[in-house]
Design a binder for this molecule. Sequence first.
Ligand code: 7RM
Length: 656
Amino acid sequence: MKKENTENITTLLKENRLFHPPIAFKKAAHISGFSTLQKLKKTGQKNPELFWAQQAKNLKWIKPFKKTLVWNPPFAQWFLGGKINVSENCLDRHLTTFRKNKAAILWEGEPGDTRTLTYAELHREVCRFANVLKSLGISKGDRVSIYLPMIPELPIAMLACARIGATHSVIFGGFSSEALKERNVDAQAKLLITADGGYRKGQIVPLKINADSAVTGSPSIEKVVVVRRTGESVPMVSGRDFWWHDLMKSASPHCPPEPLDSEHPLFILYTSGSTGKPKGVLHTTAGYLTQAAWTTKHIFDLKEEDTYWCTADIGWVTGHTYIVYGPLANGVTTVMYEGAPLYPQPDRFWELVEKYKVNIFYTAPTAIRTFVKFGDEWPNKHDLSSLRLLGTVGEPINPQAWLWYHKVIGGSRCPIVDTWWQTETGAIMISPLPGATPLKPGSGTLSLPGIQAEVVDKTGKPVASGQGGYLVIQKPWPAMLRTIYGDSERFKKQYWSQIPGIYFTGDGARKDKDGYFWIMGRIDDVIKVSGHRLGTAEIESALVSHPKVAEAAVVGRPDEITGEGIVAFVTLQGGVQPEPALSEILREHVSKTIGSVARPAEIRFTDTLPKTRSGKIMRRLLRELATSHQVKGDVTTLEDFSVLTKLQTSYEEEEG
Ligand code: 7RM
């Protein structure tokens, strides 16, 4: 074991397996072969502005842009002087081609009901709803809150906003009325679009009831549009609330796209901050669409006949960029599923892959680890041979889960694109190109052409290869956030002050000798043991590489001797019992795999881990638990509260 004891993060894990693009895949790929990619990267490195200007020209412009980039750090403006409309690019552009009658969205509800919308139909619905928005007094620059389940009305509402230049703020349907209120108020939204309810795990989520209590505290909201989804009877406030279907009845299907400046605000998306107050990440029009469209086409290697499925919720940035804007800008057929992955049984995803003959499948490591736990028999019931490409996003994927995904889901024939990016980056930044990049399980491989990512120390100097440090982006990129809505000071402080002029991602990472990036976890989660700063990802990955472990989360708790001691929360594979001897086996396993410095002081077995609603492990809560045996911090983004109660109880029981 090699270790470095520095200011930086000590790296322990070595993963050496290499997977080359399958020959047939490579032959047919948009970016074919590693040398082609290297040439593109070189061009992008020399002149990122030129690279992105070329990609921007593939969009439909109402008026061409004059200036590619104006950079007043940390404020960027891309493609100035141009006029463009996102909804025209996602819809109208396809209507003069055979795509007019091609499926844009294949939708399946949790109860099994289905809808198909062709590009022409989607265009019609979007135009009609754009006219509805206008009739409700919404115009260019107004903010519209959208609190909907995963139903077609959600992308329709987003595209209708984009069409008239209203700025949408999608609030995940799993959020509480309190969270909705806070976001309505921060954005000063004029209109709220919601539904009577939505389906989740066989239950009805009472969206309208939540919306009503949120609107009580949101003085800026003047009107509410309600989609009928479940048919439950819900209270409607006369003069304020309107049924979507009533308004649509008389709406004209003609609505010319508004010519918008490149920097016109397209959407705000709230992401939780460390201080509790959510940050309204602001994205604008042309730069966002340029990178969304380019990355979707090349990273997912989209072909005209593909059926593409990203399983995220549109309430997260992944859904914005890789269900709605990226795929539709490319004219591909995208699958949209309303419900829970394990409902009614753990094979719902595989049933859908088989039914729709999905070719490209993009999901989160947390989902993959859950599927591993349920066992191979669920995917094995289905014909998954339509799949040709897999993707992951949201967290580091441990090699064990990667290898399972590759073999059991991908039949060992599909490349896996491990895509690193953030709400703030707007689109993918680090990822393999599937017909070009040799893959290493667990690595996002290389930054994309036109993207300057680096691993640096706290002075901004690149660290030696193999050393851990801070992941930063050194040059502006088209889809970057422009500010935090209404709070430019926080924008500067949060992302641009650690190393002046350089974007600070908040992630720890290292680059290996081939320049491949390995994400080590959030900097805030780093554990300091006897002077070694250890990232969470490697220790968790070592734990999960044990055949009995399904998932793991490690945190530090104060230790008089070592500074911090490692506490590992571990969930076991289906059918495995949490016997005491296993604790020692797992501690030893970590020690052998990555080194004794990473040996957990304590292993705690649990049925589930506390996760955010988008599936990320909330280590902050576990840290609190491990330290004080209770949780007092903010838990609004927690998916399932009972997980915490159980963990707290387990401590109480020990303490008597
Ligand atoms: C797209 C999204 C961003 C944070 C980011 C990382 C983590 C995302 C990966 C990853 C390792 C990946 N937006 N993250 N993708 N870590 N490998 N491929 O997730 O704003 O919700 O989260 O997620 O820590 O900073 S996000």
